[in-house]
Design a protein around this ligand. Structure first.
Ligand SMILES: NC(=O)C1=CN([C@@H]2O[C@H](COP(=O)(O)OP(=O)(O)OC[C@H]3O[C@@H](n4cnc5c(N)ncnc54)[C@H](OP(=O)(O)O)[C@@H]3O)[C@@H](O)[C@H]2O)C=CC1
Ligand SMILES: O=C(CO)[C@H](O)[C@H](O)COP(=O)(O)O
Length: 481
């Protein structure tokens, strides 16, 4: 065994960890310690890729720790939850003050805050770092969202910058904020990812059901869209998926896959946390619920048996593809606006100094939502870092206004044709809710006051009021004036 020869270590050598270790080993100057609970994975990595760089494999965690140069830095890439806690406990028992434990998994940021507190009390550094890009990103350059202390980032930052994706000459990594900030931002990335995917799926459904196109034709539409303002990794891979033909049946691949979308939980976390923070993220929530609806086959079958006859799709009308594209773009803007709203609210709640423009920059490459579109968000926050919402920025306000007629038409066409568009319609209702001068919330206040004396405010004078609904219906002031 080479003693203390590695400048960085990776624990957990499944899909993400083994590729991240290979990425690290491919960078000049890195010597990478690698360890996995089951030694077969470590042996496989070395057998298949050992010649790609300087690896130091270990079959026990003690050996792994002994192979790291102080201050030791180890990136954990194991199953989120109990697996991560188990590995952190092992490392914390062997590391020395000043050493750095990095959790690169998809951790719940509350766990990261808890872990950071416990680990830093022992004099060790703990960094929760969101890593996005899937297995290909981990190997060739992911987008990395580290939290933790600024002190730990001084050591860790250059290592992460050396393996991150690069967008317009800048590495896709930034110190997002302290303790759980990195994992919070990664969670929001995934929430936006869910929304992006759902909106694309709705566009596909409309082009097929109302537009009458076959998957291969729709693939060409998406390829064309990928050269305009919708250019993104998700649009690009959608075209690839739609082109695929099933070898067994000769049918489009998309027609032989069971229509029940899976999820590992980060979308649900996004919505749960947004609710806790009081941030309306209806567009993202619609995407999470859409996956959930798809995965209730018994309920779907029950309603299929009893529902009214399915409507005949209405005529798509002129420029249908362009209208779908406009609806997709406007709905996407809403999803990103809601995601950034959640980041702003969390930064206030948890005292994180998050640079929104820097977050948008590190999402431009390496991650699943990578897109040119992120540059528009960078520019918006450069124009005004204190935007109430991205929707008020001059570029986004104009972009949405330009597409809003088409957006309304598409939501109407979908409703008349019986095509479910929870993402498009939730986003449009959100936009209308923000842009209409008066909301029916006044009636809800009246109802609350009626049944529960919950009081209300008036538009024409200060104070808190209650109407004596059961006794004369006089209005009385409730705030002591
Ligand atoms: N897959 C993806 O595309 C992405 C994944 N992530 C996150 O990265 C992390 C790693 O993901 P992935 O590579 O898919 O691997 P998995 O999430 O499938 O986790 C498998 C790894 O965890 C290890 N492990 C599980 N429990 C324990 C334990 N109690 N003690 C020690 N090791 C344990 C396994 O070791 P053993 O071999 O011994 O079972 C194996 O190395 C996860 O947190 C995931 O959420 C983030 C972005 C994308
Ligand atoms: O973190 C990721 C990318 O950034 C994963 O790809 C994501 O977790 C996939 O999520 P799900 O299985 O819930 O669709």
């Amino acid at each position: 065994m080479t003693k203390q020869s590695a400048n960085i270590g990776v624990i957990g050598l499944a899909v993400m960890g083994s590729n991240l270790a290979r990425n690290l080993a491919s960078r000049e100057g890195n010597v990478v310690a690698v360890y996995n609970r089951s030694p077969e994975r470590t042996r496989q990595l070395i057998a298949e890729h050992g010649s790609e760089g300087d690896f130091v494999p270990s079959e026990t965690i003690e050996e792994f720790v002994a192979s790291l140069q102080p201050p030791r830095t180890a990136i954990i890439m194991v199953q989120a939850g109990k697996g991560t806690d188990a590995v952190i406990d092992q490392l914390a028992g062997l590391f020395e003050p000043g050493d750095i434990i990095v959790d690169g998994g998809n951790a719940d940021f509350h766990d990261t805050i808890r872990r950071e507190k416990a680990i830093s009390a022992k004099g060790l550094n703990f960094v929760g770092a969101g890593i996005s890009g899937g297995e290909e990103g981990a190997l060739n350059g992911p987008s990395i969202m580290p939290g933790g202390s600024a002190e730990a980032y001084k050591t860790l930052g250059p290592i992460l910058a050396s393996i991150a994706a690069v967008a317009e000459g800048e590495p896709c990594v930034t110190h997002v904020g302290t303790d759980g900030a990195g994992h919070f931002v990664k969670m929001i990335h995934n929430g936006i990812e869910y929304a992006d995917m759902q909106l694309i799926a709705e566009a596909f459904d409309l082009l097929r059901t109302v537009g009458g196109h076959e998957p291969a034709q729709i693939a060409e539409v998406f390829q064309a869209w990928n050269t305009g303002d919708l250019e993104s990794y998700l649009i690009e891979i959608t075209a690839e998926v739609l082109k695929q033909v099933d070898a067994d049946t000769g049918k489009p691949f998309v027609d032989v896959v069971l229509d029940q979308a899976g999820q590992k939980g980060t979308g649900v976390w996004t919505v749960q946390n947004a609710l806790d923070l009081g941030v309306p993220v209806g567009g993202i929530a619609a995407a999470v619920f859409a996956r959930s609806v798809s995965s209730h086959p018994e309920q779907r079958r029950a309603v299929q048996r009893t529902a009214a006859a399915r409507p005949t799709p209405v005529s798509p009308g002129e420029n249908f593809e362009d209208a779908v594209r406009a609806a997709l773009y406007a709905s996407k803007v809403v999803a990103y606006a809601q995601g950034f709203d959640a980041i702003i609210a969390a930064a206030k709640e948890y005292n994180w100094d998050i640079d929104k423009g820097a977050v948008a920059k590190i999402w431009r490459a390496g991650c699943i939502i990578r897109a040119q579109f992120l540059n528009r968000i960078v520019e918006a926050y450069e124009r005004n870092p204190d935007l109430e919402t991205l929707l008020e920025d001059e570029y986004f306000a104009r972009a949405v206004a330009d597409g809003v007629d088409a957006w309304r038409r598409i939501v109407s066409v979908a409703a008349l044709s019986g095509v479910p568009v929870p993402g498009f319609s939730a986003a449009l209702s959100y936009y209308d809710s923000l842009s209409v001068e008066r909301l029916p919330a006044a009636l809800i206040q009246g109802q609350r006051d009626f049944f529960g004396a919950h009081t209300y405010k008036r538009i024409d004078k200060d104070g808190v009021f209650h109407t004596m609904w059961g006794a004369g219906r006089n209005e009385v002031r409730q705030d002591g004036h």
